[in-house]
Design a protein around this ligand. Structure first.
Ligand code: ACO
Length: 522
């Protein structure tokens, strides 16, 4: 395509002796952004654009007394009518012009605006050398760092993950949920008085906002209820009722305060839904209990045994955060638009709901059920692998050694004791041996899900509440990511490589709505 096909013709021209006020009138009447400036013999001597006029106003130049000759761009770069659009685009992008005069022999035949070119730009034809299409990241963004974070990280080869530099397994062994919550969202391990203050704030935040209970009742009675999708709806409604404001309008402190309130309310809303769905009266959280104990108390209606609460607490700490996973990334993308915390958390739960992310701790338990007794383990596991099936609770994309979460959860499960734990240990031993034999060199180890199900089952969490329980603890990690994103925000807006038919595609002849029909629509 040549520039002659695109340019504005005939060119709008002005004489160099006229004033800026007169030139402005010409541009205005012709509805163009620039004019060619001619001398008295009709030769091109310059270009004058709206930008020149604006700049003059900015410099307090009198437009009624200043001539075009004084502000115009002299001896402008020109195009010839046979030049390609690709050449024009190159000039526009490299030299930062907005308008170029187009000459036919010595005469100004038209003016090409960058807008004309951009409107028809064809990727392969006119993309200038040096501005290659965006580089395509690997599918799934594997191995691509898309942000900096101080929240935590996973080191798969070493079998290690941490929260703000502290070994997460050690935190789970030695700390309370509230201590690690403070660490993740506030950034530091709290001292005694900070912890007391923080805990008091989390307890006070467990009160559902006015008018929300009817809505939760409505969600709990939906025909196709699932705990996680209902929790997603409940979080959205709860955040709206709390009046969560766009993070763009909040200070970092206000964002963290909103994070705390919503993270404290997520288990309260979840248990409301669960009990309502099961025809049970709601149970208010006991203010004397910490997060994990109150979780079980709201679930069952009784104060849990300390060892049960502690076992769940350790599971919850271990699953608060895990690097830049899909739901955490989702929360950050939503926050990057300046949106509110409720939207970011609702989106994160949506991402977690996918089978490729939220996993299904209940599947590992279902496998134990299917095996039934220890003597059947070997035959069952071999048959599964030989049939091309995966053993649930084994293997991991990141960990190519022991998953540190599974090691601690095995200990936690053993401390809880009981026949299921003993059975699980025997199945695990057999599975690892069979995997080593039938899948040599694949580095398949027990993952977090194998003992997560056993632990949750042992402390009374029903199977359909396994993933929602995971969502509650992960809410802390999400809120830490949200607070970090909001405190140093830049809109996350990547590009895609367009691979469809080359644009612009002409509409087929006769396609569209008749002019008469268009005007009838008003
Ligand atoms: N049982 C049997 N074989 C397995 C298993 C398993 N659990 N996991 C991987 N393999 C085998 C694969 O069949 C494959 O063998 P091949 O080379 O003969 O084809 C090899 O190991 C490599 O498998 P990949 O698919 O490349 O491993 P990937 O890293 O993609 O998979 C995953 C990770 C999805 C977790 C996988 O191990 C799996 O499906 N495990 C079972 C489901 C499970 O436990 N999910 C929970 C994960 S933890 C979490 O999400 C929080």
């Amino acid at each position: 395509m040549t520039v002659a096909e695109l340019m504005h013709k005939p060119a709008v021209v002005v004489r160099q002796e006229i004033t800026l006020a007169e030139a402005a009138k010409v541009l205005d009447q012709a509805n163009v952004g620039a004019a060619a400036v001619l001398d008295h013999e009709g030769h091109l001597v310059g270009m004058v654009s709206e930008r020149d006029l604006l700049r003059s106003v900015g410099h307090a130049i009198d437009p009624g007394a200043t001539t075009v000759a004084e502000v115009m761009t002299r001896t402008p770069v020109t195009l010839s009518i046979d030049d390609s659009v690709a050449k024009a685009l190159r000039l526009f992008t490299e030299r930062r012009f907005r308008h170029l005069p187009v000459l036919d022999a010595e005469q100004v035949a038209g003016i090409l605006s960058i807008r004309h070119v951009v409107r028809v730009a064809q990727i392969s034809e006119v993309l200038p050398a040096g501005s290659a299409p965006p580089e395509l990241a690997p599918r799934g963004l594997e191995g691509v760092a898309v942000a900096e974070t101080s929240v935590g990280d996973v080191r798969g080869e070493e079998g290690f993950f941490h929260y703000r530099g502290y070994n997460a397994v050690e935190l789970a062994r030695r700390c309370s949920f509230e201590q690690v919550w403070h660490l993740l969202v506030e950034g530091t391990l709290p001292d005694g008085s900070q912890l007391a203050d923080f805990t008091a704030r989390t307890v006070a935040a467990r009160k559902l906002p006015e008018g929300i209970t009817d809505m939760l009742r409505g969600v709990a009675t939906l025909p196709n209820y699932t705990p996680l999708s209902s929790l997603r709806s409940a979080v959205s409604v709860t955040a709206a009722a709390l009046g969560a404001q766009p993070t763009l309008d909040l200070t970092s402190e206000q964002v963290r305060a909103d994070c705390l309130r919503i993270a404290a309310l997520v288990p309260v809303a979840l248990m409301r839904l669960h009990r309502q769905r099961n025809g049970l009266a709601p149970v208010e959280p006991d203010p004397e209990l910490g997060y994990a104990a109150a979780y079980l108390q709201m679930l069952t209606g009784r104060r849990p045994e300390p060892r049960e609460a502690r076992a769940l607490e350790q599971y919850l700490i271990l699953t608060m955060d895990h690097g830049f996973n899909a739901s955490t990334f989702t929360a950050r993308v939503i926050t990057s638009t300046g949106s509110d915390i409720g939207s970011a958390l609702t989106g994160a739960i949506g991402a977690l709901a996918g089978p490729l992310h939220g996993g299904a701790p209940s599947r590992a338990l279902a496998m134990l059920d299917a095996i039934g007794t220890p003597d059947r383990a070997e035959a069952y596991l071999r048959a599964e692998i030989l049939a091309g099936q995966r053993l649930m609770g084994f293997g991991h994309r990141v960990y190519k050694t022991d998953d540190p979460r599974s090691l601690l959860l095995r200990e936690v499960a053993s401390e809880l004791g009981g026949p299921q734990v003993e059975f699980a240990r025997r199945v695990e031993d057999t599975a690892l041996r069979v995997l080593e034999e039938l899948k040599p060199g694949r580095r398949l180890y027990t993952n977090v899900e194998f003992y997560a199900g056993v632990v949750m089952n042992s402390v009374g969490v029903p199977r359909d509440m396994f993933t929602p329980t995971f969502a509650c603890s992960r809410t802390v990690g999400w809120t830490a990511a949200i607070a970090e994103q909001a405190s140093n925000n830049r809109l996350i807006r990547p590009s895609a490589l367009y691979v469809g038919p080359p644009p612009p595609r002409p509409l087929p002849d006769g396609y569209g709505v008749e002019a008469a029909a268009l005007s009838a629509r008003g």
